[in-house]
Design a protein around this ligand. Structure first.
Ligand code: ADP
Ligand code: MG
Length: 463
């Protein structure tokens, strides 16, 4: 964070200093986990269900915090506010207002925000200091927290923006008004909360509505709902995709044996060859968006292509493809799942597994609301249609995946329904052979235990 006095912080958050010297400066990080506080830091005490952050004030002071921001005064310099999240938002906004030279990039979409954010941060960091969240810090807590990592040296602030309902993105855009906005896609993630895909599209459009006239909206024109957002923004439009009218277009996409895409990046000013080190055809669109952002920040096309070639998977459990010593290839995409991202992962499995036995371990897909049954069935049908040889469906909630798969009459594969991760691991142990390719995917619920088992103990067992 940029150094601010406690008086300035209190003013920004509309809080009251108790037992604190207003002239003392906050120079260190703003943290809500007392273990992360450092010298000159500000500790934000939240009262959660399990623990009350105010009880950790002493630890925070011990680690160097100059004050504790909370809803009540603690035994030491305190900044008392009505609401910690609102205070964080206000502080983030106050910091950004003091950093006019910073370009804020906002990224939203139903799937691929984090993957795209990582690519954007990578390509922008080649032209100037760049702050981006680790993982998926994309909500009312994670976004202002990330903003507060920026300082006077920062040139680009890359922010993932998640939405679970109308007004969420508008609120995040008030905290950190973006100059560049990226919409990756509109799918069915969180449809349970939104109600319909159209409601999701309307909510995602809040990002492009918030852009200024001299800003840039980067829109995936291969997605009709995203393409339609061009009419909703005052900003300049850069369409990305494989559609002929995309400003930045991918042509001649080919996938290597790990489903890593290469393509010709075509722009009005020329072409460049892009070779991605990340797996999955869906990374073509993600990387085009990254190219568009970097281009809008002034990076030449050839440099962008070179930088993309050096991007590496940053956030864990997203298309993490690795080979075990026994020749089994594992695709760990177990961070989260919705029907669209599972479709992308199943296509990667089909591609990587060409000529090999293909196994998909699929767990529960959360937050589908009324589409829960249909969403799971669709995933199962696609797995069968793509020729997965063995499907392992984990947990009762995911059972319709099994139903969907076995409903595909011409499918020659087999599906087993197991009760939990341990049973899935046992099934794999009995069945896996060298050379197989295994995809692991689910909405948390520890489906990733299966990936970890494949990474660790099974490496020996299957040999
Ligand atoms: N453009 C995309 N289309 C579909 N699925 C994608 C896309 N990009 C990434 N994914 C997949 O979606 C899942 C979530 O990816 P992530 O980047 O964490 O997205 P988000 O931050 O939107 O949740 C992962 O399984 C990932 O492989
Ligand atoms: Mg994310």
């Amino acid at each position: 964070m940029i150094p601010l006095t406690l008086a300035e912080v209190a003013d920004a958050v509309d809080g009251t200093l108790v037992g604190a010297d207003p002239a003392v400066r906050v120079t260190g990080p703003v943290e809500y986990d007392s273990r992360l506080v450092g010298p000159g830091g500000l500790f934000v005490a939240f009262a959660g269900d399990r623990a009350d952050g105010h009880d950790f004030a002493a630890a925070a002071y011990g680690a160097g915090a100059v004050a504790v921001l909370g809803t009540r005064a603690v035994d030491g310099p305190s900044l008392v506010v009505a609401d910690q999240l609102a205070a964080l938002a206000a502080l983030a906004r106050a910091v950004l207002d003091r950093l006019p030279g910073l370009t804020v990039v906002g990224i939203t979409g139903s799937s691929g925000k984090t993957s795209t954010k990582d690519l954007i941060a990578h390509v922008l960091s080649g032209i100037g200091p760049t702050v981006a969240p680790r993982g998926s810090l994309n909500n009312d807590l994670g976004l202002p927290y990330t903003v507060l990592k920026a300082d006077a040296a920062t040139r680009h602030l890359v922010l993932e923006m998640g939405a679970r309902g109308a007004g969420h993105l508008a609120r995040l855009c008030r905290i950190a008004p973006p100059r560049i906005g990226v919409v990756v896609n509109v799918g069915t993630a969180h449809i349970g909360e939104f109600g319909s895909v159209d409601a999701i599209a309307t909510a995602k459009a809040e990002l492009v509505r918030a852009l200024p006239p001299d800003g840039t909206a980067v829109l995936n024109v291969d997605d009709a709902r995203v393409r339609a957002m061009a009419a909703l923004t005052r900003a300049g439009i850069v369409g990305v995709g494989e559609s002929p009218d995309a400003t930045l277009r991918a042509e001649d996409v080919v996938l290597d044996e790990r489903a890593r895409p290469s393509y010709r990046l075509c722009a009005p000013e020329g072409d460049a060859l892009v070779r991605l080190p990340v797996s999955g055809r869906h990374q073509v669109g993600n990387s085009l968006a990254a190219a568009a952002v970097a281009r809008a920040c002034g990076r030449p096309l050839a440099d962008i292509a070179a930088a993309l070639a050096e991007s590496a998977p940053v956030s864990s459990r997203r298309m993490d493809v690795f080979d075990r010593p026994d020749g089994v290839t594992v695709i760990d995409d177990s961070y989260n799942a919705n029907p669209a991202s599972t479709a992308a992962a199943l296509r990667a499995l089909a591609s990587i597994g060409r000529g090999r036995r293909r196994v998909a371990v699929l767990g529960y897909h959360a937050e589908l609301g009324g589409s829960e049954r249909a969403g799971h069935e669709e995933v199962g049908r696609l797995a069968a249609e793509l020729g997965v040889d063995r499907l392992v469906v984990v947990g009762d909630g995911a059972a319709p995946i099994h139903d969907g798969a076995v409903s595909v009459a011409q499918w020659g594969g087999e599906s087993v329904q197991v009760s939990d991760q341990a049973a899935a691991i046992a099934a794999l142990r009995a069945w896996l052979r060298p050379g197989d390719v295994v995809l692991v995917k689910g909405s948390r619920y520890r489906t990733w235990d299966v990936a970890d088992a494949l990474r660790g103990e099974l490496a020996g067992a299957a040999r």
